[in-house]
Write a protein that binds this ligand. Sequence first.
Ligand SMILES: Cc1cc2nc3c(=O)[nH]c(=O)nc-3n(C[C@H](O)[C@H](O)[C@H](O)COP(=O)(O)O)c2cc1C
Length: 260
Amino acid sequence: MEFKQVVGNRRTIRFFEPEKPVEPEKIHIMLEAANRSSRAVNADFVKAVVCYRDELGEETLEKLKTPTTTVQLDLAPVAIFWYGDTTFDQGAQDRLKELTDLGALPVTHGWSHAYVDEVAYTQVVAPMAKDQIANTWAVSVECGLAINQAMLAAVDEGLGVGLHAFNGAVAKEALNIPDHWIPMWLMLVGYPAEDPRGGGQRPRRPLSANFYRGRYGTPWEDVPGVAEKLVAAGMLQEPMDAERRRAEVRQLAERFGLPL
Ligand SMILES: Cc1cc2nc3c(=O)[nH]c(=O)nc-3n(C[C@H](O)[C@H](O)[C@H](O)COP(=O)(O)O)c2cc1C
């Protein structure tokens, strides 16, 4: 699928085909996509535990639920628990030196082994890792980048995905999670039982509401013709139609025995 189409097709899927297995190859592709994400100090900030629902057991599934993560957990055949590693600074000096030796961090920009030891690591990376707020901020951003790449790879593979909250304490115990990993999000994966396009794109505010040109207060102005190109490429699609979606949800409720 073309990149713009993948971005345009992605929806949070909440109704999965519960018995349609997800090929391990596709999960592998998602993890490779996550592993390719850009990352500060070339570190492994993001961690994930891939679980097949039926291996988790009903009792654990029930306990993992939160007020916003309910029936989708029962329906999705695969649950990927994403975590962030707060010890990302370990090995950072060696990895930065490796990038320097390879020329990814070029000498033209001031990089050398001494610069890594005396400036980049000591003055930037180490203080950031030690400060709890800065550490959590860095880990969270990094995880967001990686998780999104996995999510888009899933859409490219014809899967449905959604991110959800989960009970971190229950998962920590059930999945043997180390203390230095912080919970991010639960990604549910499976083949959509609902329209894979979720009945249309979700409402979004115009770019001018959030993006600025030059300085805050000067809203971004759309470039004429771009929206039409993105419609043709599939990144911008029809918005949701509430009535059509209600009818679909009614049918899904009947099929899965869910309350309306
Ligand atoms: C980080 C993150 C956490 C989310 N957590 C939940 C959740 O706990 N339960 C849920 O039903 N949806 C959750 N969502 C899905 C959002 O509600 C969804 O993104 C929103 O409906 C917009 O729709 P879209 O993703 O289809 O564009 C989450 C989405 C993100 C990105």
